[in-house]
Design a protein around this ligand. Structure first.
Ligand SMILES: CC(C)(COP(=O)(O)OP(=O)(O)OC[C@H]1O[C@@H](n2cnc3c(N)ncnc32)[C@H](O)[C@@H]1OP(=O)(O)O)[C@@H](O)C(=O)NCCC(=O)NCCS
Length: 145
């Protein structure tokens, strides 16, 4: 059974790098705010191997009015471990954490290919698609808790 643990930001790089920054250096896996006290990272493990990660930042988006908003970033599951329910478990862990913090809104910039996954988790698209650097088309998605 996979287990989810809270982890330091550096532990996410083993998944962020191959999945989200393939062919790029580990430096590109460092996100602004990774080590703020209000940021948390979770990893899903099996046999002490990290298989997927999610990070949750306290950050407000201009689209929303809720006082305490949280942003999911760095959501990734190793390619050979995808479609086994691990991503689902990671999002649930992040939601549980946000609930504990009394957060009312979760939002993020979703890659186009991941929109279907987040729809299944109850998130909806808001606004127009936009481009992020060399990564491609993204959508803002959100859920009110
Ligand atoms: C998107 C991602 C995190 C999903 O994680 P995962 O572990 O593969 O997802 P799960 O197995 O938990 O899937 C949960 C449900 O969503 C579905 N799903 C998974 N990926 C999907 C996708 N890209 N599009 C549509 N549905 C998807 C699954 O089939 C499953 O549905 P079911 O419950 O009906 O069987 C993972 O595929 C990934 O890391 N992709 C590459 C990086 C990426 O795009 N990250 C998101 C950046 S915004």
């Amino acid at each position: 059974m996979p287990t989810i643990k809270q982890i330091p930001s550096q532990a996410t790089f083993a998944v962020r790098q191959p999945v989200l920054r393939p062919g790029k250096s580990t430096d590109t896996c460092i996100f602004d705010g990774d080590d703020l006290p209000t940021t948390n990272h979770f990893g899903i493990y099996e046999n002490e191997q990290i298989l997927g990660v999610i990070s949750i930042f306290q950050a407000n988006h201009e689209f929303f009015n809720e006082e305490r908003q949280y942003q999911i970033r760095g959501m990734a599951v190793l390619e050979n471990q995808q479609k086994k329910g691990l991503g689902d478990q990671l999002v649930q862990a992040a939601e549980q954490y946000v609930c504990q913090q009394n957060g009312k809104k979760i939002w993020f910039n979703a890659r186009e290919i991941a929109v279907g996954f987040y729809n299944k988790m109850g998130y909806t698209v808001i606004g127009e698609p936009f481009n992020i650097g060399d990564i491609g088309t993204h959508f803002v998605m959100h859920k009110t808790l």
